[in-house]
Write a protein that binds this ligand. Sequence first.
Ligand code: ATP
Ligand code: MG
Length: 613
Amino acid sequence: MKVSANFIPTLREVPADAVIVSHRLMFRAGMLRKLANGLFAYLPLGLRSFRKVENIIREEMDAIGSLEIKPTVVVPGEIWKESGRWETMGEGLLRVKNRLGADFVVSPTAEEAFTSLVRDELSSYRQLPLSLYQINTKYRDEIRPRYGVMRGREFVMKDAYSFHTDDESLDETYRKMGSAYRRIFKRCGLTVIPVKADSGAMGGSGSEEFMVESEVGDNTLLLCKACDYAANVEKAGCKPDYTVPASIEEAKAAATSVPAIEKIDTPHVKTIEELCGFLKTDAKKFIKTLIYKAVNVELDLNTAPGCSKLERKSPSPGAPAVYPAAFFAVAIRGDLDVNEVKLAALLKAGEVTLAADTDVERFTGAPVGFAGPVGLNSIPVIADETITALNDAVTGALEKDKHYQHAAYGRDFTPWLTADVRIVKAGDRCSVCGGELYEKKGNELGHIFKLGYKYTKSMNVSYLDEDGKSRTPTMGCYGIGLDRTLASVIEEHHDDAGIIWPLTIAPYHVIIVPIKYEGAVKTAADDLAAALERFGVEVLLDDRNERPGVKFNDADLLGIPYRVVVGDKNLSLPQPSVEVKWRSEKENRLVDVSKAAEELAGLVCAELEKLNS
Ligand code: ATP
Ligand code: MG
């Protein structure tokens, strides 16, 4: 392919909003252009690399027996209403009406579409397990699209969905997906960190995210210095630095020697820091209590204090019943913070946010700053596990300018629920080996989940088992963002001059740069290109009438792995030669022009084999 016949509008300048390397280089190398905020067009060069990512993903999905299908991008709103996500997905879901007024969704993900397709065809256990995938356009009305295709509004995702009769079968597919993902990222030349992840709004348990380290990553990862533990902060746990009593009785017994709880005056003292100063103790002796509002809570609150009259309804006929809004108090050790993702997962809630001051006052009967678990009956109290080890604590007394001291868990208050809802930070101890945890920023490229019955139940999927009994299949889902994967390859492989493609993703394997495209040089360059192409090597021939310096700079910017310079001087050597250079190396090498095609083809093959193995 000749450069003059291609459409590679390289740029010297970068768009002002391009703050990360991949965004800048995709624009500068003429791979990508912007149509609108979060909407991008791949130009020919960009699309070639994009297709290579796509093919790798397709090969690895096919290799584990997942079957490709092609549903539509626009799907009926009806199925989103069945799953309940028409209500819970919020503004990120692009809803459209057709001319008849019927509701449609521009797919941001496709659990509903695949579940409904499978529902219509599934009758017998013999059809399971079934693993289906698509590589298709997604649309998410992201609030803040940024970093080019890293977070666009329209993007392409490979999404797979699997259906099973039992957990063992789901586990097997989940494991296979995990290893296919590792192979995909390796073949793309990416270093990924697989981390334990929260399953969030998707429901279910068991999930792994594939992260790449990134300064501008949206995710915080916690990694252990001593073992291979890695988790998203949303899910990360840590080894307790306290002893959890085996039971409430044991906690009570431990508190017998503690003085009776006592209300004290704490005038104008509200924050933990002020209290620490005032009482001359440390934040670890405080019980901090925060009031949260949760929406669409699926957890049963039947026995929860203050919840007997709460409204509970199904957002749509098949969907599980939820409490549209509920309030909770969360008690946690004073030096720690509440992890809202863990809290939302515990409550099976759509979202949790700190309650407004007026709500805090309504439930605690005191101004903000005096909440505490002792005597709080208006809403359920959720205690972080750390609280169970506190039997001589200071906490808000539900009264202006008053706190309790000597408050003991189990003796002076019993929470409705106890769970791990803390944010784990660098310096905390690894839950696996006790090593020190440290933080990294990361970007998520892929995600595998065990979904369980969330969609198959709400959307009424069933099959007949061996005994003719009707059963619900369990489900997994597995996604990879192609655009983000491609951009991440550039993030990992570049230098000041441009992209350094791994051969597997490079738009072309070899770029031929004739010093001047005429006469013997032109003939030699054309012959070499033709010979390479006969070997199956993908060649870009820079036939432009530009100065060599300009062509060299562009070759570096485009990042084509091998560069061959064809010039008069080397062609007139006793042994006519061309200069061969590997993009990541500085040194040129002279290669006999008559052997150049074979030698380069050998190098290309060997390198592809290495990356693909
Ligand atoms: P994020 O937390 O980054 O918004 P997500 O967890 O919502 O991502 P999933 O629903 O797990 O994403 O989607 C699977 C994959 O799709 C992600 O791992 C990512 O590679 C890709 N992806 C998601 N949102 C976008 C986006 N706005 N732009 C580009 N790729 C995206
Ligand atoms: Mg995700």
